[in-house]
Write a protein that binds this ligand. Sequence first.
Ligand SMILES: [Zn+2]
Length: 96
Amino acid sequence: MKANIHPDFTETKFTCSCGAEFIAGSTIKDQDFRVEICSNCHPFYTGQQKLVDSTGRVEKFREKMERAKKAQEKAEKNVELVDEKKKTKTVKKAKK
Ligand SMILES: [Zn+2]
């Protein structure tokens, strides 16, 4: 290791907003560092859906997906109807 270019690697106490504390090595100069989420409270680890969604973005996204799904279903129905019309037309033509 080259001298005088590496930051100090020390033990830092991390405190999560859920209350959990853990010590990990880091180059952060503060001895105490606050984090918003950790493996004790992250939904990936807890398996529970918990969202901090103050602006309603998630709700808007769900609404958008619902509308897109309905539009797609409608479009698929229309395609089926057009196909049936084509079939009846071709059948009629074939009879002539
Ligand atoms: Zn946490």
